[in-house]
Structure formats: structure tokens, C-alpha cells
Design a protein around this ligand. Structure first.
Ligand code: CUA
Length: 350
């Protein structure tokens, strides 16, 4: 009884993953729906085979009476048939069916984006030339996501970070690159995992069938803060998406309050501007997330903490406590008034 009380919760723990917002069962796009059906098929087949195996084992254990010699003459012929069917034919059929369905899925929802092509270990120059023009380029960094919107004319392109907006019911071609080590882009509600490999761009085509906020996670261990490299996708109806794009194209808002104005001065004259960009100001750093519209984002630190005054203050002064090892240093030189001004400036960058 005590054993059950203590061990049963542990055994049930893996099931907790099934109910999460990041579950592959929680699908919001055609690609993820197909992945989920295929995984159901594989799970059910696996359960049937397992139950059958244990049943046969139980029968064998029950029948095994007397000496080996007694059973030899009867068993040997039937035994060979069992091995041929159960050990060769059945696995061959199951694996072939699953393999073909997997290839079909990759052809319909290309991960490398070439003319309905299938997943490929590496892309040749020709494949790269044939790949569709990306709408979005995502660059993985330790430990955040740079998001470049490439659709439309050059002057309409813009860069943001960590919060990825897409319109619903439109196939979006995403080019995935890495700025340092290997990462993996995974938003289970939309598609499978794709690696971001230094010097080797990969492609992913996603489509959202519903509006909503979809969470994801870097799925390749990439250093100490790999777990804090979260992904946040906002799927909007096309009109709302277009409005968002319009707003993102604008330069950073000019402060209208005294407090925010002081914050802007501190931002531009202090260390912030060396790493971060705010379009329309002299802050032109490119090694850290673009902050032109930081005020419009729901989270900070690669979607690890809510974007509010308290967390922004904590992030500026104690980034190394919130995300040890991140390239953002602890900026402890600001007094209370300065810190609140900086946060006021960032918050009004809508
Ligand atoms: Cu990036 Cu793990």
C-alpha cells in the first residue's frame, strides 16, 4: 500500500505532459494535426503489439511443463511459422506502413521547403536556390530568438525578438539559422522540430488554423540557459496581423513624459545602447534583442518572465540571478529613480 502511495504518482507523472499547452496533442495547424495522428497510430500499434507479446509470453509460461524433449517434436514446425510471421512479416508490414506515412507527411509539410521535397540531411546549392523565399528568418542565439520579417519591400522589413506573429490560414516559410551553437525550433501546436545549425540554413513551413498564443521551446541542448530559450508564437487573423506589422515597422516611440525622457537619455548614454537597438534612436547594437517595440511584447528574457515593471527592473539589475550565464550583465549602477525611468521608457516602446 505504502509502495503504491509513493510510486504511483511518480509513474503517472509522464502523463502530466499530455495535458500541457506544449503537448503535441494540442494541435492548431495542418502539419501538427498530421504529426499527432501519426503518433496516435504508432502509440496504438505499439500498445496492441505489447499486449499481444505479453499474452503470448503468459501462454508460453503456462504451457511450459515437463522436459524440453517432450515438447520438441510438437513445437518445432509451428515454432518456425511463429518466428516467420511474428518476427519478420508483422514487423516488416508495421514498419513499412509507418515509414511510408512518415515520408508522405514530410512531402506534404516540407521541413526543408523544396517543392514538396522530403527531409534531407543537408542542402546543396541547388536546393538552397530552389527553396522558397522566406517570409521570416529566425536566428537562434544563446539564449534568445532573433526574428527578421523579410516579406515585402526592403524598407518594410524589420527585426524583432522572441515573440513571433503569424497570420492564420497562410503558409509561412521560415528560414532557420544559428548565430552560435545548435538550437532547435519547436512549437508543437504548429509543426515538428527543426534544428538551427551554424552555417547551414534550414527551412520550415508553418500554418496556423486558429488564432491563439502557442508556446514552444528550444529543443536542442545549447548551454546553461537552454531551458529559458522559450518560443512564443501569436497567430492572428490577417487584419490584426497586418496592423501588428504596420506598428512594428515604425521607429521606437518618442517619450512623452519627463520620466520616460530621462529613461531614454539613460538608455542612449549608458551600456544598453551598445548591445540593443531601438530604431529611430542612436541605439544600434545588434548583439542583443531589438527593443524598438519591447513594450508590445508579453514576455521578456526569451519568454521566460512576464513583461511588467517589476520583472524589467529585476532583469536590468539582476539578469544574472534570473538567467545565470546570459550575456545581459547585472546593471547595478542605476539608482531607484533612474531605474524606474528606464523601465518607463522601455514600457512606452509599444
Ligand atoms: Cu537553444 Cu537550446
Amino acid at each position: 500500500m505504502r509502495f503504491l502511495k509513493h510510486v504511483a504518482p511518480a509513474l503517472l507523472m509522464p502523463l502530466a505532459g499530455c495535458a500541457s499547452v506544449q503537448s503535441i496533442r494540442n494541435t492548431h495547424g495542418p502539419a501538427s494535426e498530421r504529426i499527432a495522428s501519426l503518433s496516435w497510430l504508432m502509440t496504438i500499434t505499439f500498445l496492441i503489439v505489447t499486449v499481444l507479446m505479453w499474452a503470448l509470453l503468459a501462454v508460453a509460461a503456462k504451457r511450459r511443463r515437463g522436459s524440453l524433449a517432450e515438447h520438441m517434436p510438437i513445437d518445432i514446425g509451428g515454432g518456425q511459422a511463429w518466428i516467420a510471421i511474428g518476427g519478420l512479416a508483422v514487423p516488416l508490414i508495421i514498419l513499412t506502413v509507418v515509414f511510408v506515412l512518415g515520408l508522405q507527411l514530410l512531402a506534404d509539410f516540407p521541413i526543408h521547403g523544396m517543392h514538396g521535397g522530403m527531409m534531407h540531411g543537408g542542402m546543396s546549392d541547388k536546393m538552397l536556390a530552389d527553396a522558397p523565399k522566406p517570409d521570416i528568418r529566425i536566428v537562434g542565439h544563446q539564449w534568445w530568438w532573433e526574428v527578421q520579417y523579410l516579406n515585402g519591400p526592403l524598407e518594410g522589413q524589420f527585426t524583432t525578438a522572441n515573440e513571433i506573429h503569424i497570420p492564420t490560414h497562410r503558409a509561412i516559410n521560415i528560414e532557420l539559422e544559428s548565430g552560435d551553437v545548435m538550437h532547435s525550433f519547436w512549437v508543437p501546436a504548429l509543426h515538428g522540430k527543426v534544428d538551427l545549425i551554424p552555417g547551414h540554413p534550414n527551412f520550415l513551413r508553418v500554418e496556423a488554423s486558429d488564432t491563439g498564443n502557442f508556446q514552444g521551446q528550444c529543443a536542442e541542448f545549447c548551454g546553461a540557459q537552454h531551458a529559458h530559450m522559450r518560443i512564443f508564437v501569436v497567430a492572428q487573423d490577417p487584419a490584426a496581423y497586418d496592423a501588428w506589422v504596420e506598428a512594428q515597422r515604425r521607429p521606437g516611440a518618442q517619450p512623452t513624459t519627463q520620466e520616460a525622457l530621462l529613461g531614454q537619455q539613460l538608455f542612449l548614454s549608458g551600456p544598453c545602447a551598445m548591445c540593443h537597438q531601438v530604431r529611430g534612436t542612436l541605439a544600434g547594437g545588434h548583439v542583443a534583442p531589438d527593443l524598438t517595440h519591447i513594450g508590445s511584447r508579453q514576455y521578456i528574457a526569451s519568454n521566460s518572465f512576464p513583461n511588467n515593471d517589476a520583472y524589467l527592473e529585476a532583469w536590468i539589475t539582476h539578469a544574472q540571478s534570473l538567467k545565470p550565464g546570459a550575456k545581459m550583465p547585472n546593471l547595478t549602477q542605476f539608482d531607484g529613480v533612474q531605474l524606474r525611468s528606464l523601465v518607463a521608457y522601455l514600457r512606452q516602446l509599444q
